[in-house]
Design a protein around this ligand. Structure first.
Ligand code: CUA
Length: 167
C-alpha cells in the first residue's frame, strides 16, 4: 500500500503526540497523584429528607472557633435550606475573614452550588456530600446559584452569603 511521504510524516507526528499525551497522563496519576475529586462523604438522599444524618439534621452554620465555620446546606428542587432566611432568601451570614467549610447534600436530583466572586463551584450529586472551603475577606452580599439544570424552578434556586464587616 502506497502512503504519501507527507501523510507518513503526519502519522508519525500524531503517534508521537498520542504517546506523549499518554505518558503525561500516566505520569500525572502515578508521579503527581492527580485524580478525580472524591466525594467528601456518602449520604442516602432519603436520609437527607429525614434530616437525621451527618449534620444535615439541622442545616445551618456552626461556629468552630477561631473564625472557622462549618455550614450544612440541603439542596432540593428548588431551594437551598441554609437554616437562615433574610428577606425571603436562604442565607449564610458570617463575619469578615470567616473561613467557611460548606457541606452540601441533595435530597433529590443533581444540583449545583456556585458562590459568586469566590472559588466555590461544585456539583451536588444525590448520594454524595459535596464540600468546599472558602475565606470571605470582603464584606458584602454574594449570591449562591444552582448551575446544574434541575427542573422547572431551576432559575429560582438561589441563596446568599452575607459577609458582615468586622467592627
Ligand atoms: Cu437546583 Cu438547578
Amino acid at each position: 500500500m502506497h502512503i504519501d511521504k507527507f501523510e507518513r510524516y503526519w502519522i508519525v507526528a500524531a503517534s508521537l503526540m498520542l504517546g506523549a499525551f499518554f505518558a503525561a497522563l500516566i505520569a500525572s496519576t502515578i508521579v503527581f497523584g492527580v485524580h478525580l475529586p472524591d466525594p467528601a462523604g456518602r449520604i442516602n438522599p432519603a436520609d437527607v429528607e429525614d434530616w437525621t444524618n451527618q449534620g444535615f439534621a439541622t442545616p445551618g452554620l456552626r461556629d468552630m472557633g477561631d473564625n472557622h465555620y462549618e455550614a450544612h446546606i440541603v439542596a432540593q428542587m428548588w431551594l437551598y435550606n441554609t437554616g437562615d432566611v433574610v428577606d425571603g432568601v436562604p442565607t449564610v451570614r458570617v463575619p469578615q475573614g470567616a473561613v467557611v467549610t460548606f457541606n452540601v447534600a441533595s435530597k433529590d436530583v443533581t444540583h449545583g452550588f456556585y458562590i459568586e466572586y469566590h472559588n466555590v463551584n461544585i456539583m451536588v450529586i444525590p448520594g454524595q456530600i459535596s464540600r468546599a472551603t472558602v475565606t470571605f475577606n470582603r464584606p458584602g452580599t454574594y449570591r449562591i446559584v444552582c448551575h446544574e439544570y434541575c427542573g422547572n424552578g431551576h432559575h429560582n434556586m438561589n441563596a446568599q452569603v452575607i459577609v458582615e464587616p468586622s467592627a
